[in-house]
Design a protein around this ligand. Structure first.
Ligand code: AMP
Ligand code: MN
Ligand code: MN
Length: 331
């Protein structure tokens, strides 16, 4: 049998075999993480299962149109003491991406790992990891079909949101015929593509614009104009009265500049902690660069978190990026 098919069957069995689940995605969740986690929740509800769906922190309110958004438990505000025997993790490349959720696993817990990151380290007891999938939501669609789940508008909306956001609105190179086929199917259940795109891709907060205005002043070309980078400091956040999620998407301004091969954003989320996002055109596999710095991701979109000042983080990234790019820093 096709090994992929067998893994999908095993995942579907996992949903059926257990009764109470912990459902989680990654820290600073995006549309795929949130859509997939809530998609899992809707599947569990259909199967008559119990669940708790958590994230280490807050989920961006831009996703509050998703069904069961109010069930997402922010563990920083509402800690849990319960330990779980069955866990479903979505869109997490490794356990460190879960943040402070790992302590809720009972010892010997059964863990289903559904993910599409090539850097996934197979932390589950059941691993359904497909790097060729555009989004974790794409894989979840297959599991739902296999498990005989009835699709409806709510489930379709969750899966569609994951597909839409991880393909950048069906524009990135991970947009395959299969993605379009699934998306088309999901529309037949009543998903309104204009409304989802408006919420996920078009609408921005005023705080985002204020952060963007400051960040663009730091935009710099380096490495023979092959790298563009942008920085946001904790002071920028304070002055723009912005939240961490308001700094999302800045890295695209870097990568989109004509001739640039790698765009990098350095976002100081708290003093001494810098979240690095990388986006590549063709020449560099940025997942390998991020991995060397303790992070991960995809060939064209990756990230890591580096300790130190923004200047120190920059130096660490350049040290790994330069050999990958074959060009030295020339500022
Ligand atoms: P971001 O730059 O945060 O939008 O992330 C780009 C891609 O890299 C996404 O697929 C993330 O899931 C992945 N990613 C970001 N940060 C990390 C990390 N620290 N470890 C593993 N994967 C990451
Ligand atoms: Mn994600
Ligand atoms: Mn994803």
């Amino acid at each position: 049998m096709n090994p992929n098919r067998a893994a999908v069957e095993e995942a579907a069995r996992f949903f059926r075999e257990h009764d109470r689940f912990l459902v989680l995605s990654h820290v600073n969740p995006d549309g795929d993480a949130t859509g997939s986690a809530l998609g899992v929740v809707l599947m569990l509800e259909q199967l008559g299962k119990e669940y708790v769906v958590v994230n280490e922190g807050e989920t961006p309110l831009k996703f509050d149109f998703l069904p069961r958004f109010d069930r997402l438990r922010n563990l920083r505000k509402q800690p849990l003491t319960e330990m779980f025997e069955a866990v479903i993790a979505v869109d997490c490349a490794d356990e460190s991406r879960m943040g402070d959720v790992r302590p809720l696993f009972a010892s010997g817990a059964a863990v289903l790992n559904i993910d599409h990151h090539p850097t996934n380290d197979m932390f589950g007891t059941v691993n359904l990891v497909r790097p060729e999938a555009a989004a974790t939501a794409e894989i979840l669609f297959e599991v739902a079909e296999e498990a005989g789940i009835a699709f409806n508008e709510e489930l379709a909306l969750c899966i569609y949101t994951g597909l839409l956001t991880d393909t950048g609105g069906f524009r990135y190179s991970n947009t395959t015929p299969r993605v379009m086929e699934i998306a088309a199917r999901l529309l037949t259940y009543g998903v309104k593509p204009g409304e989802v795109a408006e919420r996920c891709l078009e609408e921005i907060t005023f705080a985002h614009v204020k952060i963007l205005r400051r960040a663009l002043q730091t935009l710099q070309l380096s490495h023979q104009n092959l790298v563009a980078s942008i920085c946001v400091s904790v002071d920028d956040f304070a002055e723009a009265e912005a939240k961490r999620e308001d700094a999302g998407g800045l890295v695209n301004y870097c990568r989109n500049i004509e001739g640039v091969e790698v765009g990098v954003s350095f976002v100081e989320s708290e003093p001494g902690i810098v979240k690095v996002s990388m986006r590549a055109r063709d020449r560099v596999d940025v997942s390998a660069v991020a991995k060397q710095l303790g992070g991960g991701g995809h060939a064209k979109a990756s990230g890591c978190t580096v300790k130190g000042t923004i200047a120190e983080a920059k130096q660490k990234v350049w040290d790994v990026l330069e050999p990958a790019l074959g060009v030295k820093h020339d500022e």
